[in-house]
Structures are given as C-alpha cells and as structure tokens.
Design a protein. Structure first.
Ligand code: MV4
Length: 493
C-alpha cells in the first residue's frame, strides 16, 4: 500500500478520497487554489500546498504545479477525483513517465474511449449493442443523407470528441441536414479542436442507465450494479438512484455482462462507468467514463463496497477483494445534488457566502460535502454544496427519507435547488419510477417548484413579522421554520 497520496481535486470529492486514505492508513496531500485556502478539504489533509490562482486553468488544471508538489512531498500516487484532470490522457501519461501512479486507468485506455467513434467501433466489435448510425466520421452531405435515410429520421449529429452534451443536434428531415452538419462541425472544432462528427438514430425519450465497473491489474473485472441518472438539466445530473426502477434480475445480468465485456475490450483497470441509453426495452452502449463519478455514493450505499478504497487498492497493485457473486444491491439509494443555483431562473448558478449551513443526518442519511458556515461558493468552480444520499429498504422508504432530510437542511445566504428536489420527491411520475431524460420539461416540475418557494416565503414572512424581525432575518427564520414545521408534520408526508 502507498504511504502517501496526493489528491488533485477540491471540495467534497477531495474529502471523500482522503477519508478512504485515512481508513487505509495512507497519508494525504491536498493542493488548493488561492480561494480554497480555508476550505475544509485543505484542512482535512495531512499536508496542503497552494498551486495557483482561482481559475482552474491556473490551479486544478496546472499539471506542472501539481506534479511538482507530488515530487516534493514524496507522494507515490495521485488521485484525480472527478472533473479537472481526471480523464486527461496527457496528465495520466505524465504521471506514468514521472514515476507517479495515476489512480485510474492507463493513459492509453483513457485515450481509446475519448473518441466516441473509436469507442463505438470497439464496443460493436466486442458484441455490445450500439445505437444504429454511421460507422465513421461524416464530412459530406451525400453520405449524411444516405445514412440518415437508411436508419430513418429523427437522427442526431454528434461530435466524436464531444462531451457534456456540447456538439450534438437533432435533425428531423433531410432539408435540415446540411446546416446541422456544418454547425455541429463548427462547434466541434471550436470546443474540442476536432471537427469530426457522426450520425446516429435519435432516441426520443431514453433513460440513462449506467453500470459501475471495478477492474484490477490481473484481468479481474466485475460490475458493482446499476444506477439510473435520467433526471438531469442541460446534461447536468441532479438526481440519481440505485437500482434503476426498470431493472430486473435478467436485464441486470445482460447489461452487467455487457458492461464487463466493454471494460475488457479497452483493457480497463481501476473504477469506471459504462453508460447506456435504454429505450423501449432495448439498451445501447453510449460512452465510458474513466473516473470515479459524482454519484458513486448510491452504489456504495446499496452494495457496501467502498469504491474509493477499492480504487486505491487496485492502483497499489492489489487484487480485487470481491468476486462478481459477492456483489448484491440491497434496498434502494437516492442521491440529490444540492447546488447553489436558482431552479426558477433556468438553474443559473447562484454563488455567494453561506451565512448558515446545517445539513441533515439520522437513519439512512449520508452527506458528502466540502462546505461550512461562512464558506463562500465562488463562480470559479461548480456550485455543488452537498450531495445528499439516502438509503431505504425499498424505493418508497428512500423517497420518504429524502423528503425528511431535505426539510432538515438549513441553508441561508445563497439560493439553492432544494425546492426543486422537494418538488420531484412529491411528483407522481417520479414516485411511480417513470423517468426519462426529459423528465423536468415533460412534467412541468418548475411550476411545482414555484409553489413550494412561494409557500416557504409566506411562512417565513408571517413568522418574521410576528417576531418583529428585520428583513435580513426573514430568510434565516424561513429556513428554521421549514425545519420545525417538517419535524412537527412528521417530515416525510
Ligand atoms: C443521445 C440521445 C438520444 N439519441 N443519442 C446526451 C449527452 C451525450 N453524452 C449523449 N446524449 C444523448 N445522446 C441518441 N442517439 C439523447 C441524449 C441525451 C441524454 C443522454 C443521457 C442523459 C441525459 C440526456 C439528456 C438529453 C439528451
């Protein structure tokens, strides 16, 4: 096992990885940007070093500065967390060259799934279902028309180097094809430096289902079950659950076996995720994520597997400590991402200082967070405040716990999306497990959020005037009132 690991990330995921290190008796090195000097993760570490100014390009993406700290502190390995350098083949490659172990797959594996066209070809050759479409990049209209007519409209044009939903557009008829081909190529070139695009059948209301993978350096690969991540906004996941409400033992067997095959096809090692789109009873390989994901806690909660510790053990050359038959998903987990953002203003980030922050707890509740009262959420990084994960013996118990926990949160100083999560937990389609990637629009969730926000404001204002409190205290009182009211009402109604 390593003696010392550097964590090249910030906030809750840096803490998550350091917790794993501490349980493994491994010393931790944090690196932080100027605005994170007083962040919890920097204090949690055994050692912490500044790596540059706030903009990520000058700090958390600054390979030279990070590698320099690793060498100077004698860290034997680097855990990249998610985002930032976690799926950067150049960084993984530099670690390999400089004798530092990158806690993730090889730079070669990262590169081989970075191109969507190449990844799709590899998976198809391995016998894994892929969405019908062009085998190669498309640069002329004639080929595009031919492919589109063969698979039938609607089709989607996607950037091969794309990610995060950027560089993809739906085409519903031939007359739109030329313009979309050109515009998608332009976006692909400017966003990813590679104009290559491809075409595939557009699935109208798919569900996003993914499988967690663990693979060691001895050829052992297992899957650690499924997650469903259909509830998202502009390709930002907001709610995830495990298992997927549509999962059956037979489907899990088939998809899980394909996920393992997919990992084997790219010589995968460490933790990874195989994403599938599910539509009308069929599933298709979508892409592979070569990192520990934001939503990993739901898998940990239903399986008992500590994914971060497994990652570190694998990187240190240990064999997988589980066989496939040891993995069982017990009960139900749901994660809500609590962000500083305004669901009533297009989910626009709402950075600011947390004047009060109190999270939830109690039975079946797990909180992964990197903030504290007095901490400022800056516009430089994503606006995650807290990942709230609950476990229940079944889906209904998990939903009831989530509602109870959401009402226990007290956050004053920034606008959050907690109201959005309350609305979803109350939605009849959500409660029935009827999810799609268009869930928020399809069920007019924002109208429900408006009602919740208005009711909570009203409650706060009434109490504030009764107490003769000034304007500034109203928000704080509203938050406390919600907490007290929910306790009185039994919370999870
Ligand atoms: C699709 C699709 C429908 N049909 N491909 C969005 C992110 C990118 N990685 C792939 N995405 C999609 N690809 C075909 N052929 C719908 C989406 C999609 C989506 C996928 C997963 C989760 C949320 C999504 C939201 C909108 C669109």
């Amino acid at each position: 096992m390593f003696r010392k690991v550097l964590i090249a990330n910030r906030s809750e995921i840096a803490i998550r990885v350091m917790r794993a290190c501490r349980e493994l008796d491994v010393k931790t090195v944090a690196v932080y940007s100027e605005v994170d000097k007083n962040a919890l993760f920097a204090k949690y570490a055994d050692e912490a070093y500044p790596i540059g100014p706030a903009p990520a390009s000058q700090s958390y993406l600054n390979m030279d500065a990070i590698l320099d700290v690793a060498h100077k502190t004698g860290a034997e390995a680097i855990h990249p967390g998610y985002g930032f350098l976690s799926e950067n083949e150049e960084f993984a490659g530099r670690c390999e060259k400089e004798g530092i172990i990158f806690i993730g797959p090889s730079s070669h594996t990262i590169e081989s799934v970075g191109s969507k066209i190449a990844a799709k070809k590899t998976m198809k050759a391995a016998g894994i279902p892929v969405i019908p479409g062009s085998e190669n990049g498309i640069d002329d209209l004639d080929t595009a028309v031919e492919v589109a007519e063969e698979i039938g409209y609607p089709v989607i044009v996607k950037a091969s180097a794309g990610g995060g939903g950027i560089g993809m557009k739906v085409v519903r008829k031939t007359s739109e094809l030329q313009e979309t081909l050109e515009s998608t190529r332009r976006v692909a070139k400017s966003s990813f430096g590679d104009a290559t695009v491809f075409i595939e059948k557009y699935l109208e209301e798919p569900r996003h289902i993914e499988f967690q993978i663990l693979a060691d350096s001895f050829g052992n690969i297992i899957h650690v079950g499924d997650r469903e991540c259909s509830i998202q906004r502009r390709h930002q996941k907001l709610i995830e659950e495990s298992p997927s409400p549509i999962m059956t033992p037979e489907l899990r067997e088939r998809m899980g076996a394909d996920a393992v095959k997919a990992a084997a096809a790219v010589n995968y090692t460490n933790a990874g995720t195989i994403e599938f789109l599910y539509s009308k009873g069929d599933y298709y390989f979508l892409e592979m994520n070569t990192r520990l994901q934001v939503e990993h806690p739901i898998t940990e909660v239903v399986t008992g597997v500590d994914l971060a510790k497994e990652q570190i053990r694998i990187a240190a050359g240990e064999k997988l400590s589980y066989r496939q038959e040891d993995i069982r998903q017990i009960g139900w987990a749901i994660e809500c991402r609590l962000n500083a953002e305004d669901p009533l203003n297009n989910f626009t980030p709402a950075p600011g200082k947390l004047r009060r922050y109190r999270s939830s707890g109690g039975p079946g509740v797990r909180v992964d967070s990197g903030v504290h009262t007095g901490f400022t959420i800056t516009p430089f990084y994503d606006s995650l405040i807290s990942k709230l994960t609950v476990w229940g013996r079944d889906r209904n118990e998990a939903i009831a716990r989530m509602k109870r926990a959401l009402y226990e949160y007290i956050i004053v100083g920034v606008t959050t999306n907690i109201s959005f999560h309350k609305a979803v937990m109350n939605n009849e389609y959500f409660r029935r497990g009827e999810l799609t990637t268009h869930f928020i629009e399809d069920h007019n969730i924002i109208a429900e959020v408006e009602k919740i926000v208005a009711a909570e404001k009203e409650k706060g204002a009434t109490l504030a005037s009764a107490l003769g409190a000034d304007e500034k205290k109203v928000a704080a009182i509203a938050a406390v009132t919600a907490y007290v009211q929910s306790a009185k009402a039994g919370g999870a109604k």
